[in-house]
Write a protein that binds this ligand. Structure first.
Ligand code: C5P
Length: 404
């Protein structure tokens, strides 16, 4: 089972002998399904070659802060935005000191300043350097700022001494990275997600559908699962594999989706309707393939049930989150939908012109009664995790955990 599917990891390598282990770390992270981009400091290049890291990561290695070629391709701001997490392994005493002081005179430290994602550091240094009051003060400073420390371990050191300062082993670091994505924000909650398009048959070989890829809904299901929820994903036909550790219910039509959702709704804490349900189905499905003899063909369409509105109107509805794909007046239309369907929250996005349905990236305007948050353009996976964080926060406000 891959635990880091679609996760984007920026791996910073600084100049210590443990840098040789970072080569293996890249392999281990990629084995878990992660995409890895490597940033090396100049000192790191003295210990291991960028070519090795490039071959293992399958991507160009970034070294220079002010490199016109790199900046034209993916500059430091973009690299920081690209990532879901920054891992610095090994992190030398010097790098830790510079990070602690907010230096930005090389690419890695500048990215750490720009980044709005978790930063995990794996210190590696001589035991005296680690125990030195200056290093310890820097570490405390970083911890207070929310930077996550992985290690160091104690034991035999490259310099021949024994003590604390050994970098954690690659598999231990992979486990620490896994932990970053497991937020426990929805621990034990039951979350039902719909995703993908629906297909409404015209005859045995034709159907009406839409451009939904299912990516957003699948990313939401995965993010909810990583947040500790028991997730059921009711999905229309898509080309993507079902996320692991999620109860998967494949359907084709809106009516099948409705049935599957209503069968599950009563035991759910949260319902997130990311599916692009076809608004209409054929009033009658032809039993045989329709011949193309007539110049005009008229199909009578009948409105499909609104699954989301139906769930929101249940006597004891789960916390309901809808989506609104709009081409104009995104916020206004979404607010109308929030109120008319009686939802707790709505996530609105602009679609059309390459935005939304078929693209890998998206942006969202998340609205609820009395509040709104804009989530800027980024990968659907990252967006899904941000959305799940907001849903968890708002859900917990509405249903404060019982204290005994
Ligand atoms: O009204 P509109 O189709 O724009 O609403 C979109 C939201 O309603 C989405 O969350 C979608 O999953 C849900 N929906 C539904 N059943 C329908 C139509 C939309 O659950 N028949």
């Amino acid at each position: 089972m891959q635990t880091l599917t679609n996760k984007r990891i920026l791996l910073g390598i600084t100049g210590g002998i443990a840098a040789y282990k970072s080569a293996d770390l890249i392999r281990r992270l990629r084995d878990q399904g992660a995409e890895v981009q490597v940033i090396m400091t100049k000192a790191a290049c003295e210990f291991i070659t960028p070519l090795t890291m490039q071959a293992l990561s399958g991507k160009p290695v970034h070294i220079e802060l002010l490199d016109p070629v790199t900046e034209a391709g993916m500059g430091h701001i973009e690299l920081a935005r690209w990532s879901d997490v920054i891992v610095v392994a090994p992190a030398t005493a010097n790098f830790i000191a510079r990070l602690s002081h907010g230096m930005a005179d090389d690419l890695l430290s500048a990215i750490c300043l720009v980044a709005a994602v978790p930063i995990l550091i794996a210190p590696a240094m001589n035991q005296q350097m680690w125990l030195n009051a200056a290093t310890q003060a820097n570490i405390q400073n970083l911890a207070a700022r929310g930077i996550i420390l992985a290690g160091p371990a104690s034991g035999m050191q490259a310099c021949g001494e024994t003590g604390p300062g050994r970098m954690l082993e690659p598999l231990e670091l992979v486990a620490a990275v896994n932990g970053l994505f497991e937020t426990r924000a929805l621990d034990g909650k039951h979350v039902l997600v719909t995703a993908g398009p629906t297909q409404e048959a015209i005859d045995p070989v034709r159907f009406i559908s839409n451009r939904s890829s299912g990516r957003m809904g699948y990313a939401i299901a995965r993010a909810a699962q990583e947040a500790g929820a028991e997730v059921t994903l009711v999905s229309g036909p898509t080309a993507i594999p079902a996320p692991e550790r999620v109860k998967y219910v494949p359907v084709k039509t809106a009516e099948q989706m409705r049935e599957a959702v209503l069968a599950q709704a009563a035991k759910q804490d949260i319902f997130i309707a990311a599916a692009a349900v076809a608004d209409y189905r054929c009033a009658e499905i032809a039993g045989e393939k329709i011949k193309k003899t007539a110049a005009d063909l008229v199909l009578t369409l009948r409105k499909n049930p609104d699954i989301l509105a139906e769930v929101a109107q249940l006597p004891r509805p789960p916390y309901t989150v809808g989506f609104a794909a709009e081409t104009t007046a995104v916020k206004e239309n979404a607010l109308i939908k929030l109120r008319s369907k009686g939802l707790d929250m709505i996530a609105a996005n602009r679609v059309g012109d390459g935005l939304g349905f078929e693209s890998d990236e998206n942006s969202l305007e998340v609205l609820w009664d009395g509040g709104t948050i804009s989530l800027e353009l980024t990968s659907k996976d990252k967006l899904a995790r941000q959305l799940i964080d907001i849903v968890a926060r708002k859900y917990n406000e509405k249903h404060p955990p019982q204290s005994y």
